[in-house]
Design a protein around this ligand. Structure first.
Ligand code: ATP
Ligand code: MG
Length: 587
């Protein structure tokens, strides 16, 4: 394809608002343009990348026996009401009314609509198993659309749904998706991890996420390099370190006594944070207890829950949400005061149960655990004072895994140190069970003629996230280095003097011959300076570059790979073969 005929508006300067590398380079390389917050135009070069990614996805989905169809994106609200998600989902859902005043929604995902179809069309166990997929638009009013196409409000998703008679069938469909996904991400040239992920409040069901390690990612995963354990930190258990008790904390504990005597109070004027209190008392953060008040949303009774963590540990809100089986949010300062009667900085566990609050302590504080029964410093529930408290003696609490795994803590499987990696979620797979088939009436008759709800799975991939993650993982200071399978073109043919007839003849011949050998070639025939064209070639990042310049008089062209590798001179008659071999070797 001639660049002069391709609409490829590259830009010299970085866009002002771009944080992520992929955002910056995809704008500059002429791949995308922002239309509005979280809404993007995909330009011809970007669309070529998307098409290649979607093609790989289709090939691998077809290979596991999935069949492609296309679902509407405009839905009457009633299917969403049937599943309960119309009520459960908040502002993330785009809602509208039709001219008759009926409630409608724009598709955020398609579990309901696929279950609706299955309910009408699948009758018998003989119709099973089924895996249906589509590559279709999704609309989500994301609270924080990110720069670039990583988190947008309208995006393409490959989503598939499996329908089986029983758990064993679901297991098989799930395993097929693991196979397909492993191949899709590998073929797209991504470095990726398959990690265990949170399956929501329902518990039990299994889910995995596919994660591309990148500093631009919004998720974190805990990984064990020794045994291969990998899980999202919203789920990952870890073996905490148990530092010895600071002498000052030990003294407080002894003076308070381990039986009967009760907590010992110390004055802590204006010392509110963990760091302030620890340094004021000469103890370590790990000698303190953090008291965090949360609001459980959507429950009538017990609106508040108090999470207790060791001072050096961080709460993962999803772990708390899973434990209390409801969405949670931090209580505001006013809510804390209303619930406890105390200002946040001096809040502590002693006496809160008596005020009707539910207390949940992280496992690291469990007196029956490795820490044993020991003293900690916690807020005294009165201004400017803290207490030395012993869990179980001075207050009672439920025990649960609440803290976020930290780098260097022990792997839950083998005990070796965990690594924490920043990642981009590029796909996920999810065992739904009968969550949607029951409310939407998707049942079939089994061998005995008995009606049974379909057992479903759902599986998503964001093609644009694959593209952006690939850029995050493959670039240098000059531009993108596309993995060859998803590059917009295989070869970029740069003709330096467009008014030179010999150069035009050689470039045309190379273009045609390479194309007929199966490679896609972008022939830069634009009337621009050589420096401009070279810079664009680096920015756009196709795997192989051929330069047709003054050397054609000696029968030579130049060639190099975008990802490292030396520039070489090649005879024109050998250039096609050499370009093919460079492309073969490219990653
Ligand atoms: P996230 O946690 O990043 O919001 P999600 O769990 O909401 O993702 P799913 O609903 O499982 O994502 O969607 C499946 C896939 O669709 C994701 O793995 C991701 O690749 C893509 N995706 C989800 N939300 C967006 C978005 N706002 N913009 C672009 N791609 C998205
Ligand atoms: Mg989301």
């Amino acid at each position: 394809m001639r660049a002069s005929a391709l609409f490829m508006p590259t830009v010299k300067e970085d866009p002002a608002d771009a944080e992520a590398v992929s955002h910056r380079l995809m704008i500059r390389g002429g791949f995308v343009r922002q239309f509005a917050a979280g809404i993007y135009v995909i330009l011809p070069l970007g669309w070529r990348v998307m098409r290649r990614i979607c093609r790989i996805i289709r090939e691998e989905m077809d290979r596991i026996g999935a069949v492609e169809l296309s679902m509407p994106t405009l839905h009457p609200a009633d299917v969403w009401q049937a599943s309960g998600r119309y009520q459960a989902i908040g502002q993330e859902m785009f809602r509208l009314k039709d001219r008759g005043g009926r409630d409608m929604v724009l598709a955020m995902t398609h579990e309901e609509v696929f279950a609706w179809l299955a309910a009408r069309e699948l009758r018998s166990y003989r119709d099973l198993p089924q895996i249906w997929y589509q590559i279709q638009l999704k609309f989500r009013d994301e609270p924080r659309p990110k720069g670039g196409v990583l988190r947008v409000r309208e995006f393409l998703m490959k989503d598939s749904y499996s329908f089986d008679l029983d758990e064993a069938g679901l297991e098989a469909s799930y395993a097929k998706h693991i196979q397909a996904y492993d191949r899709i991400f590998a073929r797209c040239g991504l470095e990726f991890l398959r990690v265990e992920s949170d399956s929501g409040f329902m518990g039990g069901a299994q889910a995995h996420e596919y994660m591309a390690p990148s500093a631009a990612g919004e998720d974190r995963v805990a990984v064990c390099d020794s045994c291969g354990f990998a899980a999202n930190v919203e789920l990952a258990r870890s073996v905490a370190h148990f530092p010895s008790v600071s002498p000052a904390a030990a003294r407080g504990q002894a003076e308070g006594g381990t039986t009967g005597v009760g907590p010992l109070e110390v004055s802590t004027p204006e010392q509110r944070t963990i760091a302030e209190v620890a340094s004021f008392l000469g103890v370590r953060p790990s000698d303190l207890i953090k008291t965090l008040v949360y609001v459980v949303e959507g429950t009538a009774e017990r609106r508040y829950v108090v999470a207790l963590l060791r001072g050096d540990h961080e709460l993962h809100e999803n772990k708390l949400a899973r434990y209390v089986r409801g969405a949670v949010r931090p209580a505001s300062a006013e809510e804390v005061l209303a619930a406890t009667g105390v200002e946040i900085g001096f809040l502590g566990p002693v006496g809160l149960r008596e005020r009707g609050l539910r207390l949940v302590a992280d496992q690291a504080l469990d007196p029956a655990g490795p820490a044993g029964s020991r003293g900690y410093v916690a807020g005294a529930n009165k201004p400017h004072a803290h207490l030395t408290v012993v869990v179980g003696r001075d207050f009672q609490a439920e025990v649960a895994d609440l803290r976020e795994a930290q780098a260097g803590e022990g792997c839950p499987q083998c005990g070796r140190p965990l690594t924490i990696r920043q990642v981009i979620e590029v796909g996920n797979i999810f065992k739904l069970g009968t969550k949607y088939s029951v409310p939407l009436g998707a049942t079939v008759l089994d061998e005995k003629g008995q009606e049974r709800p379909l057992v479903m799975g759902s599986y998503g991939i964001g093609p644009a996230r694959i593209a952006a993650a690939a850029v995050e993982q493959n670039h240098d200071e000059r531009g993108i280095i596309w993995p060859k399978a998803i590059a917009p073109f295989d070869v970029q043919l740069v003709q330096l003097q467009t008014n030179d007839e010999q150069q035009t003849r050689v470039a045309a011949w190379l273009h045609d011959t390479l194309e007929s050998s199966g490679l896609e070639v972008l022939w830069d025939d634009r009337d621009e300076r050589p420096g401009f064209k070279f810079a664009d070639a680096e920015l756009i990042g196709c795997p192989v570059r051929i330069t047709v310049g003054k050397k054609v008089r000696e029968g030579k062209v130049e060639m190099e790979r975008r990802r490292g590798g030396a520039r070489e001179e090649v005879l024109v008659e050998e250039a096609v073969e050499r370009a093919r071999s460079l492309w073969e070797k490219a990653e």
